[in-house]
Design a protein around this ligand. Structure first.
Ligand code: BGC
Length: 244
């Protein structure tokens, strides 16, 4: 079975049909730059174009980089503020005329990693953390997701953790890999103290460069890079849509 997965990010909106049994893209993905300003209407228009591009009819899973409760986008830390309180599921169903599920981007990436990637077959508490513009989190207990955990907004040195340790912070402050790894380690120790996970999966675009920073990080918990890399969001979104 297939479903269409769409991953909404700060710089790009990416989509592809996903083979749900294999947990991988069934066709080459389409990436369209995120419109600026990224208002709900402008983003919905892009989502509509992706659905059209694949002549897609069937379930569609869509990620959003904020808290999503029952199809409503509740926060938008790194997105246009006009998203707060929007019925995203309603909006996307209208433009696509397909059954739609909307979920947090890190939750989607985590679903894919736990089903078909680095967290496959792992029991107990598993935490996926994505490092990009922000820090996203997805918490699993015996393979079941606890949605909308928002651990990127834990406080670290009096600041939002993602402002210190996201990949964007690395770039903005011109940090060396070593300097950034130190910040990430401090953040991970805090998370580890709070949740005692048995495995931490590191995702987001920067997971492609895991060899540059993971060897510099030493914490108690086992820590591995995401297996599906940047495609986890698309795959997980499609998986979430499978039940529609
Ligand atoms: C948002 C999260 C999101 C993460 C990664 C954070 O700023 O609050 O909801 O998962 O960024 O995009």
């Amino acid at each position: 079975m297939r479903a269409l997965g769409i991953d909404i990010g700060g710089s790009g909106i990416k989509g592809a049909p996903v083979d749900l049994e294999k947990g991988e893209l069934a066709e080459e993905r389409l990436r369209i730059p995120t419109p600026s300003p990224a208002t709900p209407e402008a983003v919905a228009e892009v989502v509509g174009r992706i659905v059209e591009h694949f002549s897609w009819e069937g379930p569609v899973g869509i990620t959003f980089p904020g808290v999503v409760l029952d199809g409503i986008t509740m926060t938008a830390a790194n997105m246009n503020q006009s998203w707060v309180g929007v019925d995203a599921r309603g909006l996307f169903s209208e433009v696509t005329r397909q059954p739609v599920v909307v979920l947090n981007d890190a939750d989607a990436a985590g679903l894919a990693e736990v089903a078909a990637g680095a967290g496959k077959g792992e029991a107990g508490v598993v935490l996926m953390l994505t490092f990009g513009t922000g820090i996203g989190s997805a918490l699993f207990v015996d393979g079941r997701l606890v949605p909308n955990t928002e651990l990127g907004h834990l406080e670290l040195r009096g600041k939002d953790a993602e402002k210190r340790a996201s990949d964007a912070a690395r770039e903005d402050h011109d940090l060396s890999w070593e300097e950034w790894a130190e910040r990430v380690e401090e953040y991970l120790r805090h998370v580890e103290m709070l949740f005692s996970p048995s495995l931490i999966i590191i995702g987001g675009g920067v997971s492609k460069k895991a060899d540059k920073f993971l060897p510099r990080i030493s914490i108690r918990t086992r820590i591995v890079p995401a297996a599906l890399r940047n495609e986890a969001g698309i795959v997980g979104a499609a998986m979430a849509a499978a039940d529609l």
